[in-house]
Design a protein around this ligand. Structure first.
Ligand code: URP
Ligand code: ZN
Ligand code: ZN
Length: 469
């Protein structure tokens, strides 16, 4: 049986940081404490030296899109390249989205995503399902997703009018059914009608060619309005709600308002932001030529004041998780929108850098505690999304998903050295304090000395249970 001992690191969990050894047998953590090296010498475990380093629970990215087909193209990272990049950056579990095709069933979407991921994914993975079409069959399928497929998290869109957008009447039906099933509703909160209206005006003015128009047509108010509305709809339906990729101060204000006036009978409300909204701002849309297109995503990057508000929201626990919404496109794919910004494929690549950026900008830069870092990068997602305590914990019996992190090593992010299948980096030249040194996934060394030691296919699919009931 596989035996591993991580010696003399500072083990960090949400409840504290202590100097300890971690002993692993097979895929799980067997013992945590001092003096384990001597105690287990006879077992001849493989030793990993973590002196001077932190030992974090493997990162969990609750929001990725690998191998996502769009009408005109497909994301650059598939499950193999995306999951290997995730591991390089200390993320050992991702949760991707199986998207229902218009007119299709949820079961078909899940089957399709299993085909894309199985045998190709190097880290562990689970799925959310995106509900884009609502009918009596979908109603029954919500329950089957949990019982049959182990998926209790359902994403809907208030944006992308004409394709994925769900109107309020259908949204209420979905929310009620998700509540009945014991699931959690994930919502992309942007007002699709408002966005269409603004795009229409830009079109009429002949202003389709510049990437910055993406930001102009997706203003914070479109996000704030939808955010406030979905909180109210979820309240009416009694459905637990998780707002994905929240990006603006205005939207966060709606969350604060709801939290301030919450009654005991209200359903839980959780918020996710993404590392790009904490680190990059809308000035990127003014880059020369067509370079701004590399930063097009929905919601778009915001003003510096929004970044400050999000960091504050993290420290006040108005925001519980930090994801990436990893959805990568190469420079030539962005060219699809050179003449018309609405055709630029939306999304940023970040799965490899979430942990290091959150540590560097959060712990080093803004004095976020180590415990909070662990909560934001791993434990909270595991707890809210049904993976805890198997994932998101350094505890006896949990999966041995561990990151040995050197806080003293600095490095610079570059497309020349990253592992994502993208020919540029949204963080090119960004100096980062702290580096992922070794990554262990279920007791197996997955990354060491910058090299992958596991291959695509090593990752396991993680079934989950109903979350509330
Ligand atoms: O621009 C983004 N975020 N693309 C991915 C799809 C989504 O809305 O999450
Ligand atoms: Zn979204
Ligand atoms: Zn997304």
């Amino acid at each position: 049986m596989n035996k591993l001992l991580i010696r003399q690191g500072t083990v960090v969990t949400t409840s504290g940081a202590t100097q300890a050894d971690v002993y692993v047998e097979g895929e799980t953590i067997r013992e945590i404490g001092p003096g384990l090296e001597r105690k287990h010498r006879g077992d001849a475990p493989r030793i990993i030296d973590a002196q001077g380093c932190y030992v974090f629970p493997g990162g969990i990215d609750p929001h990725t899109h690998f191998d996502l087909p769009l009408k005109t193209t497909r994301t650059a990272d598939d499950f193999a390249t995306g999951s290997l990049a995730a591991l390089h950056g200390g993320t050992t579990t991702v949760i991707d989205f199986a998207n229902q095709a218009p007119g299709g069933t949820l079961a078909t979407a899940i089957e399709q995503w299993h085909k894309l991921a199985e045998g190709r994914t190097a880290c562990d993975y689970a799925f959310h399902v995106s509900v884009t079409d609502w009918n009596e069959k979908t109603r029954a399928e919500i329950h089957e997703c949990i019982a049959k497929h182990g998926i209790p998290t359902f994403k809907t869109f208030m944006a992308y009018k004409g394709t994925y957008m769900i109107d309020d009447a259908r949204m209420l039906e979905i929310l009620r059914e998700v509540k009945r099933a014991g699931g959690l509703a994930l919502v992309h909160a942007e007002n699709g009608d408002m966005i269409e209206f603004l795009v229409g005006e830009l079109r009429a003015a002949g202003s389709l060619a510049a990437p910055k128009n993406h930001a102009l047509s997706h203003p914070p108010i479109a996000e704030a309005e939808a955010c406030g509305r979905i909180i109210d709809l979820a309240r009416v339906a009694g459905c637990p709600l998780y707002v994905v990729h929240l990006s603006s101060e205005d939207a966060l204000d709606r969350v604060r308002l709801a939290a301030t006036h919450a009654e005991a009978s209200d359903p839980p409300l959780y918020v996710e932001t993404c590392i790009q909204y904490l680190t990059l701002d809308q000035s990127r849309y003014n880059l020369k030529g067509f370079e701004g297109a590399r930063f097009v995503l929905s919601p778009p990057l915001r003003a510096k004041k929004d970044l400050r508000a999000l960091w504050k929201g993290l420290s006040k626990n108005l925001i519980q998780t930090v994801a990436t919404d990893h959805c990568s496109f190469r420079a030539e794919q962005r060219e699809l929108g050179r003449e018309d910004f609405t055709k630029i494929p939306n999304g940023l690549a970040g799965v490899e850098h979430r942990l290091e950026l959150l540590y560097s900008e959060g712990v080093e830069g803004r004095k976020i505690s180590l415990e909070r870092f662990v909560e934001l990068s791993s434990t909270a997602a595991a707890k809210l999304l049904g993976l805890y305590p198997r994932k998101g914990a350094i505890a006896v019996g949990s999966d041995a998903d561990l990151v040995v992190f050197d806080p003293n090593q600095t490095h610079v992010i570059s497309a020349k050295t990253h592992h994502m299948n993208v020919d540029y980096s949204n963080y090119e030249g960004w100096k980062v304090k702290g580096k992922v040194k070794t990554v262990v996934l279920r007791g197996t060394v997955a990354i060491e000395d910058g090299q992958a030691r596991v291959a695509p296919g090593f990752g396991k699919y993680l079934r989950r249970e109903a979350l509330t009931r």
